[in-house]
Design a protein around this ligand. Structure first.
Ligand code: ADP
Ligand code: MG
Length: 457
């Protein structure tokens, strides 16, 4: 041992006890290895933080702690700072440094600190931030739109015009109001506009204003308070405006908003900032608005049910989608696209579909075709009898008006009517059905076949 001599006195700094006492009293955990990687000392704090007991002293560190990084420092001579470690339920941070004497690495020292509460919370916060980022990315992916302008089947010039205006609006941030009967494709247009806009990789959030109860819609649109209330933390909630930030908010059926919410919406549109329910501070949002309604907003304004000033904020671009009966040329095209080349139809079917009025527009056309696709047997072509009764009735009436009906159709219609009338008064037993078959002069099997053909139960 080298004793320091100061003015002829032996100082305490020169004693091993002195250095040991310092290490023992430290608030950080200390572990020292020598050149051979053998543990030479640890202090009580090291045991407390890591759970490693003093019987490690005199043994190779790696045999006790296979994951230890201190040997790396010993080999490279490079310090490592702030290395996060987790063993079982213990979490701590380690600094490692070589011990250098006369330019030679004679060992290495590891100093560890347990994570205090703040550090643990910081770590937790960082994990949660990462999670939020992942969720945001997933949300953007979920809120990608499904339809583009290519999906809008059109043939009539009135539709071509609307599509070309809609395409032009896509390059802007102008508000768009889409009017038209239910099922005409308003939502499809909203999707296509967002998809063609610069915001297409940001969320498209659709909110159906008529589906959310009016006492909840404010919370849904603007979110609610976050902070501390009566010294308790309150978890806030982002509204749809905040979710759509950077993207497009589609306010479907806006004519159904209460006057109260209309006033709040108007304020947001004027100021470009929202205020969560229960908060004072404003949050800026960058949201493009597309609204739609099947109602006549002018009429609602006259009745005092819709705000004039809100309409002017929404209808910078006003697209009115015509009902399907005003674009009959498109019916066969849309029908064929919905049948997806997998179903064959008899020649008269497309004409039959074109004659119908389609009060439910394209949505009804899709439903009716789904019905026919379901009824038609394999290897059979879709024919008029595969469509719902109310359509067939309208069809016969229409043709009666004109006085002419193709013969095979007339025969089918008559046959179906005769079968329906004869079966009406008859019960479901085989015996009763046999009686009807006898009266009609056909076999029971033929009767059943025809019942199936005309979907008579
Ligand atoms: N021009 C069109 N071409 C193809 N499909 C259409 C067209 N217009 C509407 N559709 C389809 O009809 C259905 C109803 O359209 P939607 O946009 O929901 O109508 P709205 O919002 O006006 O009630 C959707 O399945 C949509 O994809
Ligand atoms: Mg809709």
């Amino acid at each position: 041992m080298v004793l320091n001599v100061n003015k002829g006195m032996v100082t305490i700094e020169g004693t091993v006890e002195w250095w040991k006492a310092i290490v023992e009293s430290m608030n950080d955990g200390v572990l020292v290895i020598d050149q051979a990687g053998i543990v030479r000392t640890i202090n009580p704090e090291y045991t407390r933080i890591t759970g490693v007991t003093p019987d490690i002293i005199g043994k190779p560190l790696v045999s006790y702690r296979p994951g230890a990084r201190l040997p790396e420092t010993l080999a490279s001579g490079k310090s490592q700072v702030g290395v996060y470690r987790k063993t079982h339920d213990r979490e701590y941070v380690v600094d490692m440094a070589p011990v250098v004497v006369n330019d030679e690495i004679v060992g290495a020292v590891s100093v560890c600190k347990s994570l205090n509460e703040v550090q643990l919370l910081t770590l937790e916060l960082e994990k949660q931030r990462q999670k939020v980022k992942e969720l945001q990315e997933r949300m953007s992916a979920l809120h990608r739109v499904r339809y583009t302008f290519d999906d809008i089947i059109r043939a009539e010039s009135n539709m071509q015009d609307i599509v070309s205006i809609a395409k032009k609006t896509a390059a802007t941030d102008l508000p768009v109001l889409i009017g038209g009967e239910s099922g005409t494709g308003k939502e499809l247009f909203a999707h296509a506009i967002h998809h063609a806009s610069l915001r297409s990789d940001k969320p498209f959030i659709a909110v159906n204003c008529s589906a959310i109860p009016s006492d909840l819609i404010e919370n849904e649109l603007f979110g609610h308070f976050e902070g501390v209330l009566y010294s308790k933390p309150v978890i806030g909630k982002a509204g749809l405006f905040e979710m759509a930030d950077g993207g497009t908010l589609f306010l479907d059926e806006i004519g159904d908003l209460s006057l109260d919410v209309q006033a709040k919406l108007l304020r947001v549109l004027q100021e470009g900032a929202i205020r969560r329910v229960g908060e004072v501070e404003e949050r800026r949002v960058d949201v493009r608005i597309i609204a739609s309604t099947h109602r006549d907003l002018q009429q609602l304004i006259t009745k005092g049910l819709f705000r004039n000033d809100l309409l002017y904020r929404l209808n910078t671009i006003d697209l009115q989608i015509p009902p399907l009966r005003e674009r009959k040329k498109e019916i066969p095209l849309i029908a064929q696209s919905l049948l997806a080349d997998r179903f064959e139809v008899e020649e008269n079917v497309l004409k039959f579909l074109t004659q119908y009025d389609w009060p439910g527009n394209i949505r009804e056309l899709r439903n009716v075709l789904d019905y026919a696709k379901c009824l038609v047997d394999e290897n059979e072509r879709i024919s008029i009898r595969h469509f719902p009764d109310f359509m067939q009735k309208q069809h016969t009436l229409l043709n009666e008006e004109k006085g002419i009906l193709p013969l095979h159709e007339a025969v089918e219609v008559a046959e179906k009517q005769i079968l329906e009338t004869s079966l009406q008064s008859c019960g479901p037993t085989v015996g009763e059905r046999q009686e009807v078959a006898d009266l009609l002069g056909i076999s029971l099997a033929t009767l059943y076949n025809k019942m199936k053909k005309y979907n008579i139960k």
